[in-house]
Write a protein that binds this ligand. Structure first.
Ligand SMILES: *[C@@H]1O[C@H](CO)[C@@H](O)[C@H](O)[C@H]1NC(C)=O
Ligand SMILES: *[C@@H]1O[C@H](CO)[C@@H](O)[C@H](O)[C@H]1NC(C)=O
Ligand SMILES: *[C@@H]1O[C@H](CO)[C@@H](O)[C@H](O)[C@H]1NC(C)=O
Ligand SMILES: *[C@@H]1O[C@H](CO)[C@@H](O)[C@H](O)[C@H]1NC(C)=O
Ligand SMILES: *[C@@H]1O[C@H](CO)[C@@H](O)[C@H](O)[C@H]1NC(C)=O
Ligand SMILES: *[C@@H]1O[C@H](CO)[C@@H](O)[C@H](O)[C@H]1NC(C)=O
Ligand SMILES: *[C@@H]1O[C@H](CO)[C@@H](O)[C@H](O)[C@H]1NC(C)=O
Ligand SMILES: *[C@@H]1O[C@H](CO)[C@@H](O)[C@H](O)[C@H]1NC(C)=O
Ligand SMILES: *[C@@H]1O[C@H](CO)[C@@H](O)[C@H](O)[C@H]1NC(C)=O
Ligand SMILES: *[C@@H]1O[C@H](CO)[C@@H](O)[C@H](O)[C@H]1NC(C)=O
Ligand SMILES: *[C@@H]1O[C@H](CO)[C@@H](O)[C@H](O)[C@H]1NC(C)=O
Ligand SMILES: *[C@@H]1O[C@H](CO)[C@@H](O)[C@H](O)[C@H]1NC(C)=O
Length: 696
């Protein structure tokens, strides 16, 4: 029997990260020493500007006031250094500045890390035969373009311009050379493949040295670009967590741990590099900040000390992140250690529930949307979701306390109240809240979360929400009206999950191509490698909550939703308990013809390869570690002609398992909208082929 590449790979050992297939898409550099890929533009008199992209010995001469903008071809991060081999003239200076988007290349300085203005260039007074390197606190966490300025009348000869790559600092040079990714994805659509790998890479740029966090020196100072006078000093030298690496929201900024952002980036890291220890350190940096009421912080340190605001939703996201961390690693020690924190935090959230059955949110802080308050649909869906996760964790921990036993009824009351009070049958969407007079605002976040959390009371309600959300898309993506004229790659990541969960995978595939492919990767204002945090519905690189456009981050982990979504839903490769002790294979091609994905956990290697057989038929080849168990769940429409499940491990006809016609092994559930789901469960880990044929 011929095994596809993904299955053959599993014969390799866990350390063979370099041998993941489709390596050509990986954006992680193979060495920490980076050089620019090309010259973007030259101002003034510069001789052989391109020599600085060539390596150590070739040099470039700057004559009089002049500048070169170099392009790394992708977003990178690090410490700049260069050699000056000759200075002719006096008072010679070389300046360096950084920008993620080409929009903010300027003679004045960098793009911005604060709302207060743009960041200053780094300047050196230079002499012949000396080597200059940025100090550690001037690690720049995200830039595609690097400007070299010369501002005096003489000549300066420069060579060996490099950037020491500082992202994912806990990997050695050898590990980088060998490849740090352990997961892969591939389908026949090249743009979608690039999106998957750009998501993985974005999360790497957000994985930083914990001593190089944000000191938040300009927190609260807001200037629009028009009234900025002088570029601002900037530095990254605040210690934000223990450990050797930490996951922050963005490479350039905030460089802080945010629990909401982790809810998207953690699963992305799980499927691409399984870099879980730094995730635990990141979560612990949040948990150590719990206060006596049970409240968990809006963001990691030093944010809370400077701006003590609490967020109902971000507080719960820390709990969702604990659940995910445990799901992906099975680290029971961590779960047991965190369980009291978890319960106190949940108890605090439940104290906001009023007579309506729903929580009344009294603080506006969320993902920078507006109007967060009252009986909000997003907040209540997330609370409902978290109660259900908590019930499953309590079951696992055998916690049968009265407090735990109260959760199912509380959850049920939230669900019925939200459907009674917030559902708008005219639009097939939930309203933002029930504050009188009733709002016309039907948010993207709450409606996506209602599907994810199963707050919806039927599958046709979920389908109708999915259709209504898709109907609102504009030329640049899915709108988030709860944040003004905004497209949110963060909230749209939840919308992607919602479409798949509603059985409308093609909506997700189309949204990934529209937002993440055509706009976030292929628009020339972007980095062609990492994903932006937010933009305007009209395609401007303006994010409604910010006054200062150069501040927008172009490498934001919260924008990496497609990476995990494509693996979990398109390839259908999901773990359902403790690092994959149990698993679910539930692919939805969503219009694609062939999708492959694989990843590794502490339990072993997981892979699936799904191919359309035409006419709604599917060929699913998958592999899961021995000693695990799981099930296959396939959607189809029309009639099920046959379903064949073959275990490939044992070629002997005696042990070959074949479920054709063995009705007792499959359960067919017909959804209200006519789609059907066939489930084969109790499968032991191993290598399988499943063939589903529809028709009469
Ligand atoms: C180069 O000149 C253009 C046009 O004057 C200007 O907009 C740009 O900021 C300059 N670039 C640098 C790096 O100085
Ligand atoms: C060049 O820039 C440096 C650093 O900003 C400054 O000190 C120096 O005065 C500038 N030289 C000229 C000729 O403008
Ligand atoms: C700087 O370089 C230019 C062009 O090569 C040359 O004409 C000029 O004499 C040099 N200036 C000095 C001060 O060496
Ligand atoms: C920001 O605006 C304030 C006035 O609101 C002004 O005093 C300050 O100089 C501005 N900062 C910068 C860097 O332009
Ligand atoms: C960070 O760097 C700034 C500027 O060099 C310095 O003033 C500050 O003391 C440093 N902070 C820490 C925590 O090292
Ligand atoms: C680091 O760990 C120590 C000991 O557990 C803890 O007290 C401290 O708060 C931690 N620091 C951070 C930033 O998480
Ligand atoms: C599990 O979590 C504990 C802390 O709760 C930590 O000490 C341990 O290293 C973790 N195990 C793994 C394999 O990461
Ligand atoms: C929510 O709580 C606030 C503050 O206590 C209160 O003013 C408001 O009336 C409450 N909203 C609802 C819908 O009960
Ligand atoms: C209800 O939602 C609308 C629309 O988002 C918002 O303007 C309003 O402030 C919300 N009500 C409360 C109490 O937050
Ligand atoms: C929960 O109880 C079951 C049955 O007694 C036991 O096998 C399991 O180890 C317990 N789980 C934990 C986390 O203590
Ligand atoms: C969703 O909720 C319904 C009840 O409204 C329940 O029957 C169904 O099992 C739930 N689905 C999941 C996946 O938990
Ligand atoms: C974008 O990056 C891909 C590699 O990921 C490359 O093949 C492509 O040429 C780049 N596009 C542009 C416009 O530079």
């Amino acid at each position: 029997m011929h095994l596809p590449a993904s299955i053959a790979l599993l014969a390799c050992t866990l350390t063979a990260a370099a041998q993941v297939p489709y390596e050509e898409y990986i954006l992680t550099p193979k060495s920490r020493t980076l050089r620019p890929a090309k010259v973007y533009s030259v101002n003034g008199t510069v001789q052989s500007a391109e020599n600085l992209i060539r390596g150590q010995s070739a040099s470039t001469v700057f004559t009089g006031p002049s500048a070169v903008t170099y392009d790394f071809g992708k977003n990178v991060a690090g410490l700049v250094a260069f050699n000056v081999s000759d200075v002719a003239g006096s008072n010679a200076y070389i300046g360096i500045s950084f920008t993620e988007s080409s929009l903010w290349i300027s003679s004045e300085g960098c793009d911005a890390t604060a709302d207060a203005g743009i960041d200053e260039a780094l300047w050196w007074a230079v002499e012949t035969d000396r080597y200059y390197a940025a100090e550690k606190q001037h690690e720049r966490g995200g830039f595609r373009y690097l400007n070299v300025y010369h501002n005096s009348t003489g000549n300066v000869t420069l060579s060996d311009l490099t950037v020491y790559y500082t992202a994912i600092p806990h990997f050695t040079e050898e590990q980088l050379a060998g490849g740090v990714q352990t997961g892969y994805f591939h389908c026949e659509d090249d743009q979608i493949n690039r999106v998957w790998y750009a998501g993985a890479y974005t999360n790497e740029l957000c994985t930083i040295d914990p001593t190089a966090g944000n000191s938040l020196i300009y927190l609260g100072t807001v200037n629009s670009t028009s009234n900025v006078s002088e570029p601002l000093a900037w530095y990254n030298n605040y210690t934000i967590s223990n450990g050797t690496a930490v996951l922050v929201d963005g490479g350039k900024r905030d460089r802080l741990v945010w629990p909401g952002d982790i809810l998207i980036s953690q699963p992305g890291i799980f499927v691409s590099s399984y870099d879980m220890e730094m995730l635990r350190e990141s979560l612990e940096s949040l948990l150590v900040e719990q206060n006596s009421s049970g409240a968990l912080p809006y963001a990691g340190r030093p944010f809370g000390e400077m701006l003590p605001v609490w967020s109902f939703t971000y507080h719960l996201h820390s709990l969702n992140d604990i659940y995910d961390y445990y799901l992906y690693t099975g680290n029971e020690t961590f779960l047991k250690q965190s369980w009291d924190i978890y319960k106190q935090a949940l108890n605090f959230s439940l104290s906001f529930i009023d007579d309506s059955g729903m929580a009344n949110v009294t603080t506006s802080a969320d993902w920078l949307r507006f109007g967060m308050g009252g009986h909000n649909i997003e907040a209540n869906s997330i609370l409902y979701h978290n109660l259900n996760l908590a019930i499953s964790l309590a079951g696992h921990l055998n916690d049968t306390s009265a407090f735990v036993q109260s959760w199912p009824d509380i959850a049920e009351a939230i669900k019925s109240a939200a459907n009674e009070q917030l559902w708008d049958p005219e639009l097939n969407l939930y309203r933002d809240n029930d504050t009188q007079p009733l709002t016309d605002l039907h948010p993207q976040d709450g409606n996506s979360w209602a599907i994810i959390s199963n707050l919806t009371s039927s599958s046709d309600q979920a389908v109708n929400i999915s259709i209504a959300l898709q109907d609102r898309w504009g030329p640049y993506g899915a709108p988030a009206p709860e944040a003004g004229e905004t497209v949110s790659p963060f909230v749209s990541g939840f919308e992607l999950q919602a479409h798949y969960l509603a059985g409308r995978g093609s909506a997700s595939v189309n949204l990934i191509k529209l937002m993440w492919g055509d706009f976030m990767l292929d628009d020339p204002r972007m980095t062609n490698s990492t994903f932006i945090e937010g933009y305007s519905t009209n395609g401007d690189l303006h994010y409604a909550p910010y006054k200062n456009d150069p501040r927008i981050s172009h490498a934001h982990g919260w924008a990496t939703g497609p990476t995990s979504t494509l693996t979990f839903f398109a390839a259908g490769l999901q773990v359902t308990s403790a690092a994959g002790q149990t698993w679910l294979i539930a692919p939805q091609l969503g219009g694609l013809q062939s999708v492959e994905a694989g990843y590794q956990t502490s339990v072993g290697s997981f892979a699936s390869h799904v191919t359309s057989l035409g006419n709604g038929g599917l060929n699913v080849t998958f592999s899961t570690p021995s000693g695990t168990s799981g099930k296959v769940q396939l959607r189809y429409s029309g009639e099920l002609a046959s379903l064949t499940v073959t275990n490939l491990d044992q070629q002997s006809p005696n042990v070959r398992r074949d479920w054709v016609g063995v009705v007792v092994k499959r359960q067919v559930t017909e959804t209200e909208m006519g789609a059907k789901v066939v489930t084969v469960d109790d499968l032991p880990g191993g290598n399988y082929t499943v063939i589903l044929v529809t028709g009469t």
